[in-house]
Design a protein around this ligand. Structure first.
Ligand code: S3P
Length: 176
């Protein structure tokens, strides 16, 4: 059975939605960021601080290989996982890829807690908005690889999960 893979920018609800989706589908859930933290024995901010982004991306790539080799999972990825073309190829081969999107305002609100997202930290409010806008624009074409996409700005994770289940049913993904 194919995996269901959630991609998208930080703060679009990939982890919350993935967890609900897995419950509703009776599947195991893997959060890629959590899998990386478990393997490394430290948090993502700690990895960024001690070893830098490149080291984090290398761990992320290994984690993608491990999960993409499995089936019947719901997988939530990190916002930057799709920056690596090999990650995209492996995830697409493993299942249906769904992109969650959100407005800049929704993302800023949901990622307001400092200390959790090293790519946005160290910036004051105005710079943070600019950083989100720039990164979103830079990654737009990368997220466009998805088979289906949901704007989560005005939706709860439960509603997003419902929407995705509707899509999977229409597409017959459950039979694949
Ligand atoms: C990142 C997003 C994070 C995490 C890391 C880098 C990014 O995941 O993988 O901090 O480059 O967008 P979330 O999208 O779950 O916040």
């Amino acid at each position: 059975m194919k995996n269901v893979v959630l991609i998208g920018f930080m703060g679009t609800g990939k982890t919350s939605t993935g967890r609900i989706l897995a419950q509703r589908l009776g599947r195991a859930f893997v959060d890629l960021d959590a899998a990386i933290e478990e393997e490394a024995g430290r948090s993502i901010p700690e990895i960024f601080a001690a070893e830098g982004e490149a080291a984090f991306r290398a761990l992320e790539k290994e984690a993608v290989k491990r999960v993409a080799a499995r089936r019947a999972l719901v997988i939530s990825t990190g916002g930057g996982t799709v920056k690596d073309a090999a990650n995209v190829t492996e995830l697409k081969q493993s299942g249906a890829v769904i992109c969650l999107t959100a407005s800049v305002d929704a993302v800023l609100m949901r990622t307001a807690h400092v200390g959790e997202r090293p790519v946005l930290d160290g910036k004051d409010a105005g710079d943070r908005r600019r950083a989100v806008e720039d990164l979103m624009e830079e990654r737009r074409s990368l997220y466009a690889v998805a088979d289906y996409s949901v704007d989560t700005s005005e939706l709860s994770p439960l509603q997003v999960a419902d929407d995705i289940i509707g899509y999977l049913k229409r597409e017959g993904v459950f039979r694949a």
